[in-house]
Design a protein. Structure first.
Length: 233
C-alpha cells in the first residue's frame, strides 16, 4: 500500500486529504507539461505490471535506429537496475526510487527534470513503478499514457483493472514471441476484453526480442512526436 495515497482506501487516507494530494499533484503536472511543451518534447507515461516489458520496449525503441534523442526516468521502490539498462541502450536516464510509494507523482518527475537537457530531447519516457492500480490516477504532465501488458499476464487483466485501461491512449501487448507457448491465450482474446472496458483503445502487439510489431510502435511514436512539435510552435 502506498503511504501517500492509501491506494484509494478512505479509512487510511480520508477522501478530503486524498483530494488535496491530487490537486497539488495536478498543479505540479501542469508545470511539467509546460516544460515539455515549451521545448517540443513528447513526454509519455509508460505504465504496466512488474516484468511486463516496459524497459525492454524502451531498449528496443533505442535499437530501432531512429534519429530521436531519447531520455527517460524510471521509477522503482529500490535499485537502479532499469536505469542501468536504459543507459546501456543509449538512453539518457535517471532513476527515481520511491521507497514505499507504488507510483510516481508529478513532483518526483519535476525534481528529476533538472538532471536533463530538455532542449536536447525529443522523446521523454516516464517509466512508472510496476503497478496496474495507483499510477493510473496520477497525472505526471505527460502528453499521452501507455500500458505495457505482456501476453503472460493473461487476457483478463483489462477486466480486473479497468481504470488503468480506461485512462490510457495505447496498450502495447508485449512478449509476443512467447505466444506459441501459451495455447490458452490469443491476441484476439486481449482485444475482446479491452473492447469491453475501453472500446476505442488501440492495441499494438509487439516483441522486443524478435522485433515483430515494432514498426507499428515506431509509427505511433512518430505521429505523436510530430504532433507534439506542431503544438509547441
Amino acid at each position: 500500500m502506498c503511504e501517500s495515497c492509501g491506494c484509494g482506501r478512505p479509512e487510511v487516507v480520508p477522501v478530503e486529504i486524498r483530494e488535496n494530494i491530487l490537486a497539488q499533484n495536478d498543479h505540479a503536472a501542469a508545470h511539467n507539461r509546460e516544460h515539455f511543451r515549451e521545448r517540443g518534447v513528447l513526454a509519455l507515461n509508460l505504465m504496466g505490471s512488474p516484468g511486463s516489458g516496459k524497459t525492454a520496449l524502451l531498449e528496443a525503441t533505442a535499437r530501432a535506429g531512429q534519429s530521436w534523442r531519447l531520455a527517460a526516468v524510471s521509477g522503482d521502490l529500490a535499485t537502479d537496475n532499469d536505469g542501468e539498462r536504459l543507459r546501456a541502450a543509449g538512453i539518457r536516464s535517471a532513476t527515481i526510487t520511491t521507497g514505499s510509494a507504488c507510483h510516481l507523482d508529478a513532483r518526483l518527475v519535476h525534481r528529476s527534470l533538472h538532471d536533463f537537457d530538455l532542449d536536447a530531447t525529443d522523446l521523454f519516457f516516464i517509466e512508472n513503478v510496476g503497478n496496474l492500480v495507483c499510477p493510473a490516477i496520477y497525472d505526471l504532465g505527460q502528453a499521452a499514457s501507455i500500458v505495457v501488458l505482456s501476453v503472460t499476464e493473461g487476457e483478463d487483466k483489462p477486466l480486473k483493472y479497468p481504470v488503468m485501461f480506461q485512462r490510457v491512449e495505447l496498450v502495447v501487448l508485449s512478449k509476443l514471441d512467447l505466444l506459441p507457448h501459451l495455447p490458452q491465450v490469443s491476441v484476439e482474446g486481449f482485444r475482446r476484453n479491452l473492447a469491453r472496458v475501453a472500446p476505442a483503445l488501440e492495441l499494438l502487439p509487439v516483441s522486443a526480442v524478435t522485433g515483430e510489431g515494432l514498426p507499428a510502435w515506431i509509427d505511433w511514436l512518430t505521429l505523436r512526436e510530430q504532433r507534439s512539435r506542431s503544438v509547441s510552435r
